[in-house]
Write a protein that binds this ligand. Structure first.
Ligand code: MAV
Length: 326
């Protein structure tokens, strides 16, 4: 009888141990947005696909609504290997650690959506990925994005004359301010979490952003005019902390790489498809008024020399040429 009980205990202990081991790995992610944003949906897809490809079980703990801070915080977390294991973020938020990373989403880099897709589904950005890993210990496992960035403001802007001196927020990477200065606007780098207030209190008159985020964070409440400058199609890497990655068993690493690439393609299709729909939803709801920008072709001419100088400074002229040639 005693023996039978002992065997039962061993069986229970073994089962508990196996379950504990299987649950051992938890990967924590962070999103600035709620469950409706394409980034959140893409990270959920990444979790599903990782579990599909991994012959074990990984728990994903995705924190939404900026609970763990904003992208500028996430980059530090990832670099230090604390608080989060993965997220999606703008290359311009990684500039402090790797100055050439913002090249991949600088304004006016892509001619059109086909060009953007050709670049993201090729390996032309590899040198930048290597630099990010080396300098920041952050790994790019896939590329999402696909939102078109436009100027959004508290008063209508429809031509170069009205853009002159426009007090606007830009992302922290110096190239962002350089580009908008070349367009004669008055850019300043302000934290994303401060933008709404800064417009409301008149510190700035607007900024530039894509439909998904304008809608999710209700920026139209303070900036109801959107000018179709269409100056950027977003590139948003799905990133994993190098420290977290090295802690994973090899088969999980492989699953994460495969899931990252596929979740990226899923996210690109989703956000590009939703971009126009979301703009229209905001127009239909009376939240936004859209206007064309009269001299869009001229904008392009004004920024090309700035792009060239930036690439030259980084020793990335060849890379920029390769991206443009895709
Ligand atoms: C949008 O919310 C996203 O593109 C996000 O990745 C950026 O960080 C943010 O805009 C921003 O402008 O800072």
């Amino acid at each position: 009888k005693g023996l039978v009980r002992a065997a039962a205990i061993v069986a229970t202990v073994t089962a508990t141990f196996t379950a504990a081991q299987a649950q051992d790995i938890t990967l924590r992610g962070a999103s600035q947005f709620d469950e409706n944003h394409a980034f959140t949906k893409t990270m959920e897809r990444f979790a599903e696909l990782t579990n599909e490809y991994y012959d074990g079980e990984v728990a994903f703990d995705l924190r939404l609504n900026g609970e763990l801070g904003m992208e500028a915080d996430y980059v530090t977390f990832l670099q230090q290997g604390v608080a989060i294991d993965y997220t999606i973020m703008a290359p311009s938020n990684m500039a402090t650690f790797a100055p050439s990373i913002p090249l991949m989403d600088m304004p006016f880099l892509f001619r059109d959506q086909a060009h953007w897709e050709a670049v993201l589904s090729s390996d032309v950005l590899k040198p930048l990925e290597e630099e990010l890993l080396e300098k920041a210990d952050i790994m790019i496992v896939g590329y999402t994005g696909g939102g078109v960035r436009n100027v959004i403001s508290n008063k209508p802007i429809s031509n170069l004359e009205e853009l002159a001196g426009f007090k606007m927020r830009v992302m922290g990477a110096p190239i962002q301010a350089q580009i908008f200065s070349a367009l004669t606007a008055a850019p300043s780098a302000i934290s994303y979490s401060e933008v709404y207030n800064a417009i409301q209190t008149g510190v700035i008159d607007g900024f530039e952003n894509e439909a998904a985020s304008i809608q999710n964070l209700k920026f139209y409440e303070v900036a109801p005019y959107l000018t179709l400058t269409k100056h950027a199609i977003t590139v948003r890497p799905i990133v994993v902390s190098g420290k977290s990655f090295r802690n994973m068993p090899e088969d999980l690493q492989a699953a994460v790489m495969k899931a990252g690439e596929e979740a990226g393609a899923f996210g690109r299709e989703l956000e590009s498809r939703e971009d126009g729909e979301k703009l229209q939803e905001m127009v239909d709801a009376g939240q936004l008024t859209l206007q064309e920008f009269a001299e869009r072709d001229q904008l392009l001419e004004m920024v090309v020399p700035v792009q060239d100088d930036y690439a030259a400074e980084l020793g990335a002229t060849e890379l920029l040429t390769a991206i443009r040639a895709k």
